[in-house]
Structures are given as C-alpha cells and as structure tokens.
Design a protein around this ligand. Structure first.
Ligand code: 5AD
Ligand code: SF4
Length: 441
C-alpha cells in the first residue's frame, strides 16, 4: 500500500508528517511521491492564516479528481485545519478522513473503518501525547538536517493565535526519548539537528514519578549538544517573555550550538503587545536583544512580525518600523493580520484595519527589512564562514548551498564537495537573501 503526504505550515508539521509515516509503515504503507500511485492521500494542514487554509481547499479539489479517476483511493485531512474545522471538513466531497494532531495513532484504525463504513473523524486533543516512542520516518532519508519535536502544544494565549486551540495544551517530551532520537539521527549520518517546540524556553521535564529534579530547556540543549560535538544543533522557537540567560550561556559554551535565535517580536508598540497578550514590552524585548549581544557577540537574530492587527494606529506601526531599524534583524517573517475564528481577538476585538492599509504597511516593512538584511549580508563580504553543505543549488548542478551557523544561506561552486560535508567559504558578494561564496578549505 502506498501513501502520499503533502505538508503545509511550520516545521512542527513536517515532524508530524514523519510521525504519521512511521505509524503507517507499521501497518504496511510505504511513501510514494506521486498522487497517481497512492492508495491513501494525506494532507497535513496549517490554520495560522486564512490563505494557508485556502491553499488546502484548492488541493482537495485536485484530490477529488483523483478519487473520481481511481476507485478506492482514500483522502485524509490531518493537522491544524482538521482540528479547527472538524466535521465541517467531512462535508467536503474529497474528504474521507479527518484526524487532529493528537490522533495519529488512531490512523490505521480509522483507515480500516473508512473502507468498511465510510467517513471517519478523530479530533480528540490529549494532555499527554508526545509520540515519544515513535521513530519518525524522515522525509529526506539521505538528508543532512533533521528536526526533533521536544514538546507539543502551547499554553500561551496570544490573542491573534489559533495554535493553542488546534494543538492543545503544552507538554514536554521525555528527554531520554529525545536523546535516543538524536543518537539515531547521528548514527544515520545527519549533520544538523533542530529541536522544535512552539515555545522551547518553557520546556520542562518533571519525570513521571515526581522524584526527579525538573530538567530545563538549557539542560536538555546541553545534553543534545554533547552527544557529538561535530553535529550542529539548532532550536526554535524562543519566546521573549521566557528566554532565560542560561540558554544563552549554554550556547556560548558549545561551539556546535548554532549562534542563531529566532525571537518573534510581533510588534514594536506596547499598546499592540498588550492587545496581543504577549506579556512583554518593547523595552523588555530590547533588553533581551542586548543580553544576546552581550553573551553571544555575532549571534544572528531573526523575528516574526504582524502588521495590521486590531486597532493598530499609524503611530503603533511606526513603532514597529523603528524597532526593526533599532534591532537590525538578520531575517524576519512578516505577515498581515488574518483574523482566526475562535481566538480571543476574533471574539473581543474588531479586525478594523482596512485590507489595503494592511498590505501597504506590510510592503513598507518588507522593504525596510530587505534593506537591513542586505546590509547585514554586505557586512559578511570578504569574511570566511564554516558552512554545512545541504544540497545542490536550484539554479545549477555545479553549485552547492549550505548555511552558516548564523543561518545565512551561502551558494558556491561544488569543486568535488558533497552534501553533509562542512567547508570553509569566503563571501564574494551578496543579495539580501544569499551570500555568493567560494570554498577556501
Ligand atoms: N495572522 C497573521 N499572522 C499570524 N501569526 C500567528 N497568528 C497569526 C494571524 N492570526 C504569525 C506570528 C507567528 C507566526 C508563526 O505566524 O507572527 O509568530
Ligand atoms: Fe504549525 Fe501553527 Fe500552522 Fe499548526 S497552525 S501548522 S502549529 S504554524
């Protein structure tokens, strides 16, 4: 039996798709990359913004065509949209199966039931499920980099965000199972591991019998880094209200922990941060940035920003621009606010920024950020960096690409080198997204 799986949304979802493949493998499914050969078509979905959901509905139309062509094909919707829309998704003619993020162990049972009785759904959320015992089937078996989920769910209630509703309460995964998975990856030849959680700084393992001292994220990070000092370690995402100095000191102590922190700020205005329920201020965010720069000079800092959130005035927006200017982020994901039904904002605040104002604000912000990213990259020209080679460049077979520890993408002539190797490159020129380089060692 063949399963085809398409994944939308964050890295967490990629990790979940790998868990799903492992669960299905146990009952005889292997992965295929063409819809036309699949007995089971799965789409692992994202609900973070409306356009993410629209894209999936478009795909469901395509899957429906495939079902009309070939009798017996089963189509399942997994992930955050499954959890958010529940039965409503079963009304879609393409959909046979709906399973939320904590229901993947039920998939074999649900698939069998679809064959016997038709449409099936399981969207029960759990307080315990971490899929700790499952060794994910990697999307990229020959890969260089891999993710490990160290926790699931989220206990923050940022007022704009659907995540806590679709991924449930926060729970940390047993560190022994995390270390086991990391060892398996290292033994399989992976050269970089990214530890994933919605809010890694609140990782806390208290054991199962109440006798252990709690294990913090910094302690876990250190244990993973010590497994093999030639393997790079990354992590995401950090939260400005929770990121402690102990994580920064741990990063400073271990050369193999990449010097990059993704620290979403969302807005530079205290009024907006309060409405967003982010639980920090512009000032305390900037203090965190100063601390990173003090303990980890040269550490790259990236962020997420939302423009056009409820009640955002020109003044609020200008404060975001000035913060972006002040910090000089190495990279940023920037979004227009998209109201998500069920969130605190959708229930209690008006989505009152006109779409064209949102778009104009986003465009101006992107322009500013691109300018900053270009400046940050230009400062790298002439310098040398250690780069882990991840693959061949999309544009040319003769070119390889990889990233610096600070998460900057470098492209350079292959000269007989291969993915998985670490090389030293010198930067010759740049764009706002890429460092054009050559191998020096
Ligand atoms: N609208 C727009 N962007 C959002 N994000 C989260 N929820 C929304 C929303 N409703 C952004 C935040 C978050 C990133 C993953 O997505 O910036 O950090
Ligand atoms: Fe990931 Fe959030 Fe999208 Fe779910 S809604 S896939 S948790 S980004």
């Amino acid at each position: 039996m063949k399963v085809y799986i398409e994944t939308y949304g964050c890295q967490m979802n990629v990790g979940d798709s790998e868990v799903v493949l492992a669960i299905l493998r146990q009952v005889g499914y292997s992965r295929c990359e063409e819809i036309s050969r699949a007995d089971l078509i799965l789409v692992n979905t994202c609900s973070i913004r409306e356009n993410a959901e629209q894209r999936v509905f478009g795909r469901l139309d395509v899957f429906r065509q495939e079902k009309l062509r070939r009798k017996g094909v089963i189509v399942g919707v997994l992930g955050c949209m499954a959890e958010r829309l529940k039965e409503k998704l079963l009304e879609n003619k393409a959909v046979d199966l709906v399973a939320g993020p904590d229901s993947y162990r039920q998939l074999p049972k649900l698939i069998a039931a679809v064959r016997l009785e038709g449409k099936q759904i399981d969207t029960l959320l759990s307080h315990e499920e971490t899929y700790a015992d499952i060794s994910p089937v990697r999307m990229d078996a020959e890969g260089v980099t891999a993710f490990i989920s160290i926790m699931r769910g989220c206990n923050n209630v940022c007022s704009y965000c659907i995540v806590p509703y679709v991924r449930g309460a926060e729970r940390s995964r047993d560190p022994q199972s995390i270390l086991r998975e990391a060892r398996e990856l290292i033994a399989a030849g992976y050269r970089e591991i990214t530890l994933l959680g919605q809010n890694v700084d609140s990782y806390c393992w208290k054991g199962t019998d109440g006798t252990q001292a709690p294990l913090s994220f910094a302690a876990l990070l250190e244990q993973v880094a010590l497994l093999d000092t030639s393997v790079r370690i990354r992590f995401a995402t950090s939260h400005p209200k929770d990121m402690k100095d102990d994580v920064l000191y741990t990063m400073a102590r271990h050369a193999n922990i990449c010097k990059h922190i993704h620290l979403p700020v969302q807005s530079g205005s205290d009024a907006q941060l309060l409405l967003m329920n982010r639980k920090y201020t512009r000032e305390t965010y900037l203090e965190r940035i100063a601390k990173i720069r003090e303990i980890l000079p040269g550490c790259a800092i990236t962020t997420d920003i939302i423009v056009g959130f409820c009640e955002e005035s020109e003044e609020d927006y200008e404060k975001t621009l000035s913060l972006v200017e002040e910090v000089g982020f190495d990279g940023a994901f920037m979004f227009q606010y998209s109201e998500r039904p069920g969130t605190k904002a959708s229930r209690t605040m008006p989505d009152n920024i006109a779409p064209e104002v949102k778009t104009a604000r986003l465009n101006r912000l992107i322009e500013l950020q691109n300018h900053n990213a270009l400046q940050s990259n230009q400062a790298c020209v002439g310098q040398t960096f250690e780069v882990l080679i991840e693959g061949t460049s999309k544009r040319s077979e003769a070119q390889l690409f990889g990233r610096t520890g600070t998460n900057k993408t470098c492209v350079f002539p292959a000269e007989g080198h291969h993915p998985g190797e670490t090389v030293t490159v010198r930067v010759l020129s740049c764009t706002s997204a890429t460092l054009i380089s050559e191998i020096v060692k």
